[in-house]
Design a protein around this ligand. Sequence first.
Ligand SMILES: Nc1ncnc2c1ncn2[C@@H]1O[C@H](COP(=O)(O)OP(=O)(O)OP(=O)(O)O)[C@@H](O)[C@H]1O
Ligand SMILES: [Mg+2]
Length: 261
Amino acid sequence: MKENHEVYIKQLTAGYPGKPGIIRQLTTRSLQPGTITALAGPNAAGKSTLLKSIAGLIPARGEIMIGQQNILHFPMLKKAKLISYMPQYLPFDISLSVVESLVASLKASPLDQISAKLPEVEKRAFDLLEEMDIMHLATEAVNRLSGGQRQLVSLAQAIIRVPEILLLDEPTSALDLQHQVTVMRWIKNYARRGKIILIVLHDINMALRWADEAILLHNGRVYLHDKPGAVFTKEALKEVYHVNADIEATASGHLQVIVKD
Ligand SMILES: Nc1ncnc2c1ncn2[C@@H]1O[C@H](COP(=O)(O)OP(=O)(O)OP(=O)(O)O)[C@@H](O)[C@H]1O
Ligand SMILES: [Mg+2]
């Protein structure tokens, strides 16, 4: 697979048994390598469903084009080489240590030959923990971590395969203020390596602060897809969230939502 291709989603329809059209004929603008796209929208709008359909975890129809290829038709292993997905809910009921869980994530993927050798896989896991500043968690059991620690480890699990496309479902929802900033800075740096990031964020101010583009999802469709400042307008927040808000520029030049209700 060639790297650094933009991605287009065209006429994508996805859902669940008995609920086939949660995502309906969804088309986006291109997602560019090197950028973060925030995915926002009310509860049950279909954000997680969209991510799961891109990751190939639920059946979908339509096109997810990377270059000239529709990745919807890729076999699972080929897709796993390209895309990593961090779920909204973290299934950590196994008693592996953090570093063991990273090794497992790496070995579960169809990786290059190097990673088949345990010492090198472990080194990669330790290097990532160091890079993410969570080396102190290396030998902790994942099922005994705090909510925020689990989220950091889950992000590490998604990133360790160095995917071209990184799908993150509310990766900062359990993080304290400091970790929100460090994680978003980390994600931004990762994007700048030519990767495509699609990240579900409920916090509009975070989307305004960190994302290059934003998709506002409403009832399984794209309501707006544009620069964050053009998506999160007073009118859109009223229409989609039924909230009266002003959008103001902060002293540092960022836009900020002030809810008036
Ligand atoms: N496994 C499932 N089986 C059946 N229906 C599902 C399943 N998961 C989600 N749904 C339904 O799909 C719709 C969209 O859910 P989804 O999880 O994509 O919303 P979301 O935008 O991620 O919401 P939230 O902000 O609450 O996480 C909801 O009506 C939900 O009930
Ligand atoms: Mg969700």
